[in-house]
Design a protein around this ligand. Sequence first.
Ligand code: FES
Length: 554
Amino acid sequence: MVEPSRSRFWFEGRSHDAEPGRTVLDRLLRHGLPSLQRSPRYHRPRAPFCGIGQCTGCLVRVNGRPNVRACRYVPGEGDRVETENAWPSRRFDLLAAFDVMFPNGIDTLHGFRRPAFMTPLYHRVIRRLAGYGQPPSRESATELRGPPRVGSADVLIVGAGRSGRVAAEALVAEGRHPILLDRRADVAPVAGADVWASTTASFLPPRPSTPGAAFDLIGYTEPARGVLVRAPQVIVATGSYDASLLFGSNDRPGVLTGDGALGFARSGSPAPFHHAVVFGAGDRARVVLDELGDHVSALVAPGEIPPETVRVASAAGIPLYPRSLLCTTEGRSRVRAVEIRARGNGSSTRLECDAVVLVHRRLPNGQLFFQAGARMNWRAGTGSYYPVVGDDGATSVPGLWAIGSASGTVGAASVGSGERVAAAVTGGSLPLSPLERVRSDGSNELEGYYRELVRIPRRGRWIACPCEDVLLEEIEQTTRAGYRGVEVVKRYSGLGTGLCQGRYCLPDALLLLSIAEGRPPSEVGYITQRPPVHPTPIAALAALDGVLTPAEGT
Ligand code: FES
């Protein structure tokens, strides 16, 4: 029997098998956790952090197109994958000298102004040395301008996680034919629904002003198509994700979110660590202990550790460090140890490890609600904003619905909320008992934690915004200069303006600014959430010209 020829892609001059449904990162993880790129200002080595297409830790250049996420891109025959932002190589980058030369940060916003006649030259040089890679090649830009994918449905569901799928199945059972889209490549089909994988979408303003008018969403489908979807009812099921944390050298390769650690281990590749420190003690920590306990060497928690977690960790012989501050990581190109300190001015301890897994809080992917103009509420349980929703999932915007963990529901109710929304959308009814939701009153556990943390002596770079390399010192400088509110701080420092659109820096920034400004986090404000919610090639959006006509009622 003749074996079918295998497709191959190229990475750094070596060819690798390209398997259907397997991403570039899946393939590279077989050789351990790769450092794929350098950060934009200080050229610090960066490695995959989230594994779910939301951070800037795995950006690569594919066939001349910059900033493609290796954890999302499924390579095809002959694809050329390269690293970005490093010279001469990602392992040895001469430009990393910036990290040493500017210990207090490169002030590109306000510095480099004297003598004035040199300013244009300074700016040209800085633009070449910092930022996200080089512009796309002419060929890749042309390819992106290909015919877009255009669709319409009476109901669009954004997010094909458990609650999104439950909603899709319930709608199909009622005779509807929804479109279900998700940015993952490996989305299982739902009979009767149109499933668009590897697709992102954002609301196109202005939103409809008349009842029943359709929403327009624009976005992108990998590998190279702009997307326009039109639907009068949109169900947002975008789920939640494991948050980041501020500490010294928090961007060192080996620092991972729980999403990343679990996703990499579940991808079929060997776990990319052997003795990790887990930070967090709730349900999510127990999932990591259950699945990766053999690869965990210690569990550190910001507060007390629940008895159930103590039981699971003790059974696996994992030492516990409750009520501790995670102060800094150590290591050269990878985490080799962490320093922790008992809270309340306690002593410090050094723990050897090869990874840090962050599972201390889970946050909602709520950008689409902000974009659509839905009323939002601060919930202290996670320290985040959620849409104001009824028990049937209706938001304050007619035709916009919220389900699953993005809507603030927790536990089993989170999945069941998909059925309720489907019933409400089709005019049916289900008995509506109140859903269990994230706690809205009191304070978030991390507020007290950060109050202590910011007072300890600092070692290493404290990166407040990894996408833009904004340091904690720069945020502090901004507040000392009298700027108040996160929107103003964003404009002054660049925090929250990177490719993750503030997902990983804003939640901590809100807590830190609330401490600095002496008011509750809910009063610090929020940054404007403009489309797109995920990086989208401009050429792909330009290809929508001609198919984009004003929706009825807008
Ligand atoms: S690891 Fe790929 S985007 Fe975060």
